[in-house]
Design a binder for this molecule. Structure first.
Ligand code: ZN
Length: 98
């Protein structure tokens, strides 16, 4: 699935709203996105059975486009390693991370 047709960053709530041409829509919270980070360090923690503890109130502090493939998200805990390809966000949209 290609890039969403709409991306809205709700800075007040820290959530990201996405919509795709196939009609799928999602509102993903910053904490949920942080928990779903797929960078090597977070993946390793998950494999080790000690996934990253996401502090309450975690917010998104920046969104950087990564070419045509997705976005890099920067979180208020300083974590900026997460690349979120469009297909992954589309998948997260199916099972929204509270
Ligand atoms: Zn990560």
């Amino acid at each position: 699935m290609a890039a969403p047709t709409e991306i809205v960053w709700h800075q007040a709530s820290g959530a990201l709203s996405l919509a795709w041409a196939d009609g799928r829509e999602a509102r993903l919270t910053a904490a949920g996105l942080r928990a779903a980070c797929k960078c090597a360090a977070c993946e390793q923690r998950r494999r080790d059975g000690r996934p990253t503890a996401v502090p309450a109130g975690t917010a998104l502090t920046a969104i950087h486009p990564v070419g045509e493939m997705g976005v890099q998200l920067v979180f208020s805990d300083g974590h900026d390693r997460g690349i979120y390809p469009w297909p992954y966000l589309h998948q997260l949209a199916l099972e929204p991370c509270a």
